[in-house]
Structures are given as C-alpha cells and as structure tokens.
Write a protein that binds this ligand. Structure first.
Ligand SMILES: NC(=O)c1ccc[n+]([C@@H]2O[C@H](COP(=O)([O-])OP(=O)(O)OC[C@H]3O[C@@H](n4cnc5c(N)ncnc54)[C@H](OP(=O)(O)O)[C@@H]3O)[C@@H](O)[C@H]2O)c1
Length: 252
C-alpha cells in the first residue's frame, strides 16, 4: 500500500517523522515539512527521494503557501502523515503562556492538521486511493491533567479523525489513526520524561507494516489499553492516579 506513492510528512525533520521519511523513501517519493530548515536539510540529504518545504503548520498562511508551492511544482500527493506536534506542561495557575502561544500550540496539534487535511483532499485525484494518517496519542483517549493543551488538542485530532473517516467512507480516501506508545524522541524529554521507550525507527517500521496490512487504527503498547480501561471504568479515580503518577515521574 505504501509503495510508489507521493507522501507528505509534517514534522519530518526529526523523531518519528524522520523515521517514517527514511524508511518510506526506499519505495516512495517523500516531502517533509517543518519550521527548522537545518533539520529538514539533514533528513533530505539522506535520500534523493526526500525533498522539503519550510512551513510552520500553526500558521494558516504557511499552510496555504505550502500547498501552492506543491501545486506549482506539479506534485500531487496521495498520502498525508499529520505527524507534527508539540507538547508542554501547562498549569493554569502558574502558566506564563500568552494567548498567542496557547493558540500556536493548539494550532500545531489540531487546527494545522485539519487545515492541511482539507488542502490535501482538495488537491488529490479523487479517483486514486489516498491515505490520511493522523498521529494522535494515548492521551487522546484519557487526558493527563498536567499536559492540558496537549491532551485537549490530541483528543480533538482523534475526534476529527473519526468524523473524517465517516464522511469519507464512500470515497477512495482511507483514514488511519496511530496512537504511538512512549517513543524516545525529543518530545518526551521536553516534559522531563526520560524513561525508556520504543526507538523511533522500530515504531515507524511497525506502523508502516500495520498500515500495509490494512489496519485503520494502530495502538501498540500497553498504555493505550490501560487508558481505555480507565476511560470506561475508572474515569475519576483514573484521572487522580494519572495526575499523581505523571507529576511524580516528570518532576522538574
Ligand atoms: N514521542 C512520543 O513518545 C510520542 C507519543 C505519542 C504521540 N507522539 C506524537 O508523534 C508525533 C511526532 O512526535 P515526535 O516524538 O517525533 O516529536 P519530535 O521529535 O519533537 O518531532 C516533532 C516534529 O514536529 C515538527 N513541528 C513542531 N511544531 C511544528 C510546526 N508548528 N510546524 C511544522 N512542524 C512542526 C518539529 O519540527 P520543527 O521544530 O522543525 O518545526 C519536529 O520535527 C507528534 O504528533 C507527537 O504528538 C509522540
């Protein structure tokens, strides 16, 4: 399924997105985007099948410009990985984030992904099978209070994924949701989570295998099972427990 395609990976300059780009460039044409050109250049140098555009997906103008440039370059995308994301601790009683910073974070994880999906659908050949792969998180199933913005935006992206799948059910678009477990990238370190996790390359390889097998939801790792159980049977106690454990684990 992921062979001979033209694939856009947002946030392809590092972490999980970089691993997707590297593996998929063996059989596909890859376009990555992100804010930091140095990171994108480094990944693009790994294969002549990888090219990049600098674009900040929290900004509507950058998204519109990205798709204009893709169209001007006579490229039609048939796979989209909504992968770019940001995480941060957010405590309403202590937060010094400005309204603009709050918008930027939610836009990156949610509004940006939705706007990119719309542009992707508009430009795709409707007669050719196309894939939209949204990278959400276990946190979309059950929130972590100290990651209030991240939990809120990932839950939003997860709901969008399901509504999109229903709207597109009679079309050639297939909508896939991936809930990564803890993967060792820069992201968990941002919040002080230095525990051992999956390697980005292994996770990306298994995700691609799952997509190629036709899965529409990929939920590796025990954490998602646990979060689903909390959500169903222990909504209040589970929230207190998760709050306590994460605050203890991610001190500093
Ligand atoms: N790692 C985990 O344990 C884990 C667990 C669950 C879910 N996830 C999800 O997996 C995805 C990939 O995360 P990761 O672990 O690979 O994190 P990462 O290494 O921090 O990569 C995130 C990527 O997103 C890009 N990005 C951030 N803000 C952007 C913006 N406004 N516009 C364009 N690109 C932007 C960054 O590039 P620039 O800085 O150059 O913009 C970076 O390449 C995220 O959606 C994350 O929520 C990760």
């Amino acid at each position: 399924m992921l062979k001979g395609k033209t694939i856009l990976i947002t946030g392809g300059g590092s972490g999980i997105g970089e691993a997707f780009a590297k593996i998929l460039s063996q059989d596909n044409k890859i376009i990555i985007c992100g804010r930091n050109e140095e990171k994108l250049k480094r990944v693009a140098a790994l294969s002549d099948q990888i090219s990049y555009y600098v674009a900040d997906i929290s900004t509507p103008v950058d998204i519109d410009t990205l798709f204009k440039r893709i169209a001007n370059d006579k490229v039609v995308l048939d796979v989209l990985f909504n992968n770019a994301g940001v995480v941060e601790k957010f405590e309403v009683l202590e937060s010094k984030l400005s309204s603009a910073q709050i918008f930027e974070k939610i836009n990156t994880n949610l509004s940006g992904g939705i706007a990119i999906t719309q542009q992707f659908i508009n430009q795709a050949y409707k007669s050719v099978p196309a894939l939209i792969i949204n990278i959400t998180a276990g946190i979309a199933i059950f929130p972590v209070p100290v990651l209030a913005l991240y939990s809120t935006s990932k839950a939003g992206l997860s709901v969008f994924t399901r509504t999109l799948r229903q709207q597109l059910k009679s079309t050639n678009f297939k909508v896939i949701e991936v809930f990564p477990p803890h993967v060792e990238t820069a992201m968990p370190k941002e919040i002080g989570n230095t525990a051992k996790g999956a390697k980005a390359y292994d996770f990306a390889r298994k995700t691609i295998e799952a997509i190629n097998k036709g899965k529409i939801e990929y939920t590796p790792g025990f954490n998602v099972v646990l979060l689903k159980l909390f959500s169903r049977f222990l909504p209040k106690t589970g929230l207190n427990l998760i709050d306590k454990v994460t605050r203890k684990q991610w001190q500093g």
